[in-house]
Design a protein around this ligand. Structure first.
Ligand SMILES: *[C@@H]1O[C@H](CO)[C@@H](O)[C@H](O)[C@H]1NC(C)=O
Ligand SMILES: *[C@@H]1O[C@H](CO)[C@@H](O)[C@H](O)[C@H]1NC(C)=O
Length: 315
């Protein structure tokens, strides 16, 4: 899922005029989408019942007409389960994902111990001022990070919460811990065992070496499936950081799913607002999300920040 290598190759450039142009384009795009959505909804109140296709023949499936392609078709509208109180979040995740046993118990397993480095941390923008600014302001009890890689920013946030006296804060790190195709070209020292890269173990080793295993838990699944389940289980967060796939579709899906698990008034933020990857995919996704929901995007360094999101008020 994560494509952090893109950002190494492309300049982080801020272009005020370009930003204005895209913003205007979004407003026009959204107005048109709503207009089309309204008219198509009007004409399609009663969709005709289609008989199920028989197995013996191939039929052409009737898909929507181009003008039916309103923005409603690609939004996430899940309703989440009743929120679990913050002090029960860690236990809930351990029970649901790890069958009741902390993943750090008896870590590392003997077969992996000799393949791990004591501390192998590498991140991008992991020490930006935005982390301290937001943690001081929000005083989060639960932080969810989408895209953790080797844990640099999660460990930095754990360090900050401890220094700021937020001893109870839990940080849940959603990542499939696969890196991205070809990431070992630049991380040859992360072991590969029968095709399995030991990224989650190295992430956990980094957490253990930094003495934060009491406040950081991995959630080792793809962002989509993990966020959907967290929502269903009522695992909510005060602060959500998005730093996984930097293409529009990944960023769009991650933001729309992640925002559902925010507590009312929570803050969502993410890295690489200015990256050129996928024709500024992150920025397009963030801006479109903000336009639709009439929210304001702020920036802090290379990060984007959206304050005071109330999931129940989302369009
Ligand atoms: C889950 O843990 C219980 C003990 O708490 C154990 O009996 C059971 O076998 C475990 N299940 C799996 C799938 O590991
Ligand atoms: C935590 O922060 C302090 C102060 O900035 C720093 O000296 C220390 O190395 C950090 N520890 C970790 C494990 O990141």
């Amino acid at each position: 899922m994560i494509m952090k290598d893109d950002r190494r190759l492309l300049p982080h450039k801020r272009d005020g005029l370009q930003f204005l142009k895209t913003k205007t384009a979004y407003v026009i795009f959204i107005l048109l989408s709503y207009a089309f959505g309204y008219f198509s909804a009007y004409y399609n109140r009663q969709p005709p019942q289609q008989p199920p296709p028989s197995t013996a023949e191939v039929r052409t499936v009737k898909t929507t007409k181009p003008q039916d392609c309103s923005i409603d078709n690609f939004r996430v509208t899940t309703r989440c389960g009743d929120p679990v109180p913050p002090e029960r979040i860690r236990r809930t995740v351990i029970d649901r994902i790890f069958n009741g046993t902390s993943p750090y118990s008896e870590f590392p397993p003997p077969h992996a111990a000799k393949l791990l480095r004591r501390k192998r941390i590498k991140g991008w923008g992991s020490y930006g001022a935005v982390f301290e600014n937001l943690i001081r302001r929000v005083k989060p009890k639960t932080i969810v990070e989408i895209g953790s890689f080797l844990g640099a920013s999660a460990i930095h946030m754990a360090n900050l919460t401890r220094r700021l006296g937020l001893e109870e804060t839990q940080i849940l790190c959603v990542d499939d811990f696969r890196g991205w195709p070809g990431f070992r070209d630049r991380f040859k020292d992360v072991a590969l065992v029968n095709g399995d890269v030991l990224l989650m173990y190295q992430f956990m080793q980094n957490v253990v070496s930094s003495e934060f295993s009491g406040s950081i838990l991995p959630v080792p699944f793809s962002t989509g499936s993990a966020l959907e389940k967290m929502c269903e289980w009522g695992v909510t967060a005060d602060l959500v950081e998005i730093d996984a796939g930097h293409d529009f579709n990944s960023a769009w899906a991650d933001i729309n799913r992640a925002v559902r698990i925010l507590r009312p008034g929570g803050v969502i933020f993410g890295h690489d607002y200015f990256t050129a990857a996928d024709n500024r995919g992150v920025r397009r996704a963030v801006n479109l999300f903000a336009e639709i929901n009439r929210l304001k995007v702020k920036t802090d360094g290379q990060h984007w920040v959206i304050d005071s999101v109330s999931p129940s008020k989302l369009t």
